[in-house]
Every structure is written in C-alpha cells, then in structure tokens.
Design a protein around this ligand. Structure first.
Ligand code: NDP
Length: 478
C-alpha cells in the first residue's frame, strides 16, 4: 500500500515518510505513507473552507446520490479494504470485511439523511408573524480518529458531515492510515467535488492543533486524556466539539441470569476483536450465587479461543494492534496481580507461527471495584471479575468508576433489568446483550468523561453537524 494525502482534489506527498507494520507479523511492513506539515494542513483547511458553500448548495438529490455511490463503492471494495484492515490493524478477515460493510451502511444511511433533513415551523404570539427554525451546515469539520476502527469510524463521521452540507478534513491514526487512503480514493471516484473532503496524515498534536484552530466543528474519537487536550485547545477558539472517548464498561451478572447467555455476552464483550472496542467489557460484576460457576465457564471459553494471524481462517482472535498497546496490556496484567488480582485465564503473550503481537484472552478474578485494574481502561483482551452480594452492590460498583460509556446486565428479572437500566450512569445500557455492538442508526456515545457534546450518529447527528437558525417572518395580517 502506497498512500498519499488528499488535499483540494490532489494527491500530495508530505516531507516525512513513515511505514506501518503488520501486527500479525512484525517482519512484514504494510504501507508507506508521508506526513504533511503545518502548511499543508492549513491548505487542506482552506480548501475545505472554499469548497463548503457550493457543497451546501449542491442539489439535494445529487448530494444524496454521491453518498449512495460511496456506499456502493465501499461495498464493492469491501474484501480488499477488509484485507488491508486485517493486515494493518489486526482484525480477523471477517471482522475487517464486516467493518468495511458497516462503513458502506453509514454512507447509505447518510444518503437518506440528506433528503430527510428537517426544520420546524411555529405560530407566533405576534399577529402576522410565523417563526421558522432551520438547520444550516456547521461549515468545516475536523475529524480525528483512533486506530481501532480504521474504516467504520472515519466513515460515520464523514458521512454525517457531508450529508448535512459540511466540508471535511480527516486525520486518521498514524498506526492505521491505509483504510483512510482507500476511503479518500472512493470519495474521489464517487464524484465529491475537490476540497469538500480532504485527508491529512500527521502527528496528532501538531496536525490536530491546526485543524482545531481552523475548524467550525471538531469530531474526535480517541482516549480520554487526548480528548481533554483537544477540548482545552478548542476552548481557545470556541470550536464546537463532539468527543467519543474511553470506557471501562461493566457487565453485571445476577444470580438469576441465563448462564449460557451471560457467558456468551460477557466473553463477546471482553475478548472479541481482541478487546479493542471502546464499548468492550472490562469489568464483570457478578453476584455471589453464580460467581464460581460463571468464572469457571468464562475461563474455559478464554482458553478455547484460537488466537493467531488475522488472515488465518482458523483465527478467532487476532493480534493486539500495535507494540505500544501490546506492552501496555502485559503491564496492565502485572500491575493487577501486584494489587492482588488472581489470574483465571491468559495473562501473557501467545506464541504463533509468525512474530505477531498475540495476547491470550485474560480473566482476572478476586478484584475490587476501587482497584486500579477496575478504574483504568486497558483496551485489550482483559476482563476482571468483581464479586458482589446483590443488585444494590452491583449498581454501586458499576457506577464507581469515572468512565461512563457503556454498561450491561444479564438477568431474567425484568424488574432488576429496569432498575439497573435507570440507575446506570453510562451513556448506553444493554440488557442481556454485550456492552459492545451499537448499530449505526442510533446515537452512540458516553457521558463525560467518556464522551462530550452531541452524539455523532443517529438522530443526534444533525445536532452536531448543523447549527440552528430561528427566523421571524412578518407576513402581515391575513
Ligand atoms: P489516541 O487518543 O491516542 O489518538 C486518537 C487520535 O488523536 C489519533 O489520530 C491521534 O493521532 C490523535 N491525537 C493524538 N494527540 C492529539 C492531540 N494533542 N491533538 C489532536 N489529536 C491528537 O487514541 P488511540 O488511537 O490510542 O485509540 C484508543 C482510544 O480511543 C481508547 O481510549 C478508546 O476507548 C477510544 N475510543 C473511543 C470510542 C468511542 O466511541 N467512545 C471508539 C473507539 C475508540 P496519532 O496517533 O496519529 O498521533
């Protein structure tokens, strides 16, 4: 993969070359790219600024058709994109292809949003007046994305931004820029006018600061610490922000849970996609009566997964995405043990055919809600179990963590489920379902400090990607 930056409809090489590695095989390099400097980022922002008014005025049907064409091209190229994603980020091939198809669905839905965009009309208390509340594009959107969903995440940001008449500058994670380059090619092929979409690769802070300073809106997904930094920067220019940040999601398992279902949703949330989902389950809060049998079953599942090369059809869990995250995961387990956690499964690296970043699905037991391992996001295939007496204690433990992204409960009691759903402080609550796995047509996001501002998907996308305007029309008495 050779990928350039895409600025004002031109493919541009920056001055700083860099390469990406295959986490399934560190001896294989995947892509060669170049990072641009501040001047080129400014150029991209200026190009977006110039192109945006014409895009906002673009014929509505034609704009919807273009977004639909992007969806079709993403679908047609899903096997190719999925393979690149597997090689660069480490998701298994079915997961990679699935993510590319999800990206297509985001554009498909956004095509519909173009023609469904609405305003409001009010009677006025003043005789002879009407009041209109219309929504107008925000303008130039800076989109900054992390490494864990390299095609779906940029897609849902870009699709929403374009649908509502904005221009976009995207900065993907430097760990996984390949899919963003393919997406830029598709956006160009679909006929998006020059300047309406731009792609820049660069270091987070340097590139991000210019983008934030010059944008009308920032949509950011990444870690909470980075989120705080971008929000502080955005405060200086009062740039409108929506941030999707870290999580430490809890699944409560009550004595009356369907054990098979509880194990299925807990293991899915904890270990599938190598635990690298912001909505993945990192804390398992389990009541005493079911605790031992649940732990035993979970440890068995953890040990049964085939961990290996992302492109091996036998693989169920691919590698950790990059060396930095891999080392952090291993250290996380060491630290958890040092504070008293016991290892019921995994905990270390796994040997495989290739020199990859393979980690065994890990289950820590005997932990307490206030311990570091239950307060800090690990973002790896690691879950820890907290034993509690009852639902009250479970609710307390689930909420006793600053992160508020997603939560869940496994129970056969409708009453307990509803109590938990209401009491949870998370932005998303799942009943008898994994904490991870949101669909694209509903608002996705957490409460501060796991999220900030309007959610970027579903019915709330318009809230972020547009500004409202209230107009009084004095048509005279009729
Ligand atoms: P980071 O916060 O490290 O990076 C995210 C993006 O921000 C990257 O493109 C990075 O660029 C860029 N960046 C880094 N520093 C700055 C800065 N000062 N200003 C502007 N941009 C900057 O996150 P990761 O990539 O490590 O992703 C993992 C994190 O993302 C986890 O915490 C996870 O929970 C969260 N996440 C949240 C989701 C949600 O919906 N809530 C969904 C998915 C992930 P570069 O790395 O190229 O320097």
């Amino acid at each position: 993969m050779q990928g350039a930056n895409y600025i004002d409809g031109r493919w541009v090489d920056g001055a700083t070359p860099f390469t990406t590695q295959n986490p399934s095989d560190l001896d294989e390099s995947v892509g060669s790219y170049t990072k641009v400097g501040e001047a080129e980022v400014r150029e991209a922002m200026a190009a977006a600024r110039r192109a945006q008014p014409a895009w906002a005025a673009f014929n509505m049907q034609a704009r919807a058709d273009i977004l639909y064409r992007i969806a079709e091209l993403l679908k047609a190229r899903a096997p190719e994109i999925g393979k690149l994603l597997s090689r660069e980020e480490g998701k298994t091939l079915p997961e990679g292809i699935g993510e590319a198809l999800r990206a297509a669905q985001c554009f498909q839905a956004a095509a519909g949003d173009v023609i469904r965009a609405q305003g409001e009309w009010y009677n006025s208390m003043r005789d002879g007046f009407n009041v209109l509340v219309t929504r107008e594009p925000l303008g130039v959107i800076a989109a900054i994305t992390p490494w864990n969903f390299p095609i779906a995440l940029p897609s849902w940001k870009i699709a929403g931004a374009l649908a509502y008449g904005n221009a976009v500058v995207l900065k993907p994670s430097s760990f996984v820029p390949g899919c963003a380059v393919m997406l830029a090619q598709i956006i160009e092929d679909a006929g998006v006018p020059a300047g309406v979409f731009n792609l820049v690769m660069g270091d987070g802070r340097a590139t991000g600061n210019v983008m934030i300073d010059e944008a009308d809106g920032l949509t950011f997904t990444g870690g909470t610490a980075t989120g705080r930094a971008v929000l502080t920067r955005a405060a200086e220019t009062m740039t409108k922000c929506q941030l999707e940040l870290g999580g430490k999601n809890a699944l409560v398992v009550l004595d009356d849970a369907d054990l098979d279902l509880a194990v299925e949703i807990a293991s899915n949330g904890a270990w599938i996609q190598t635990g690298q989902r912001c909505t993945g389950t990192e804390r398992l809060i389990v009541t005493r009566g079911i605790h031992d049998v649940f732990v035993e079953r979970m440890a068995k599942v953890a040990g049964s997964y085939r961990v290996g090369h992302a492109l091996d059809p036998e693989t169920q869990i691919g590698p950790v995405a990059n060396v930095q995250q891999f080392n952090e995961n291993l250290q996380f387990v060491i630290d958890a043990q040092a504070e008293g956690a016991e290892l019921a499964a995994g905990g270390g690296a796994v040997e495989a055919r290739t020199r990859g970043l393979y980690m065994a699905p890990t289950l820590l037991t005997g932990t307490r809600a206030e311990w570091r391992c239950n307060q800090h996001e690990s973002f790896g295939p690691i879950a820890s179990v907290i034993k509690v007496e009852d639902l009250d204690e479970a609710i307390h433990a689930a909420n006793a963590c600053e992160y508020k992204l997603s939560s869940g409960i496994a129970t056969t009691s409708l009453k307990s489920a509803e109590r938990f759903r209401k009491a949870s402080k998370a932005g998303m609550v799942m009943v008898n379902a994994p904490t991870a796995g949101l669909e694209y047509h509903v608002p996705l996001g957490g409460r501060s400090p796991s999220g900030y501002g309007a959610r970027e998907t579903g019915s709330t996308a318009a809230e972020f990607f547009t500004e409202s305007k209230t107009s009084y029309i004095n048509h005279g008495a009729v």
